[in-house]
Ligand binder design. Structure first.
Ligand code: URA
Length: 213
């Protein structure tokens, strides 16, 4: 957590920061970008799931029996904000293979930077699940706020957001509209430029994941 943003956790782990450097660099090609994003997403989800409840289960090791922790409580649902969120799914699903996955399609109107919804498909029982929203870039925060509005409308009470990079504007927007939603990120960058891009950022995450530059 930072002093300004009690809703934000920045993961300063050297592995995360090292990989983030290469995600930012224009020297990194599409293949490497995808691999790095998958790896960093996996590391960010460790932080986002730090407080998952556990219960003891009795097991037998080759040596003895013991009571050992297993994850308990609500089941998980990842919600990807299309299309860049999909670049984070594989890595997270490698860690949370039983999670369900929802998708929300929102594009940013280039004039207003406001989100416009074109797709919404989530599991029918999402209200009973703990939700982790994934979107690599928390820029204005308008898409994340709109996506979380919809997820709350569907009845969810327990929601977190994982973003690779965050801008102060987006974190402040989230704090204003969804102060109950913790955000986990690899870096809090400086600001947004006049086109709504994060500075220094890494450019358009969707373009870099899908090679559509
Ligand atoms: N979306 C992106 O992909 N990049 C930004 O810098 C901001 C929003």
């Amino acid at each position: 957590m930072t002093a300004d943003f009690p809703n934000l956790t920045v993961v300063h782990h050297p592995l995360v920061q090292h990989k983030l450097t290469w995600l930012r660099s224009t020297d990194t090609n599409t293949d490497s970008f995808r691999n790095l994003l998958r790896e960093v997403s996996q590391m960010l989800v460790y932080e986002a799931t730090r407080d998952l409840p556990t219960e003891l289960q009795t097991i037998t090791t080759p040596i003895t029996t013991m009571d050992s922790p297993v994850i308990s409580g609500k089941k998980l649902c990842l919600v990807s904000i299309l299309r860049a969120g999909n670049g984070m799914l594989d890595g997270i699903l490698a860690v949370l293979p039983l999670a369900r996955v929802g998708h929300i399609g929102l594009y940013r109107d280039p004039e207003t930077l406001e989100p416009v919804e074109y797709y919404f498909k989530v599991p029918a029982d999402i209200a009973e699940r703990q939700v982790i929203v994934v979107d690599p870039m928390l820029a204005t925060g308008n898409s994340a706020v709109a996506a979380i509005d919809r997820i709350k409308e569907a009845g969810c009470a327990s929601i977190k957001l994982i973003s690779l990079l965050a801008a102060p504007e987006g974190v402040a927007n989230m704090l204003q509209h969804h102060p109950d939603v913790p955000i986990v990120t690899a870096a809090l960058d400086s600001h947004l430029n006049e086109h709504g891009y994060i500075v220094p950022g890494l450019g358009d995450a969707g373009d870099r994941i899908f090679g559509t530059v």
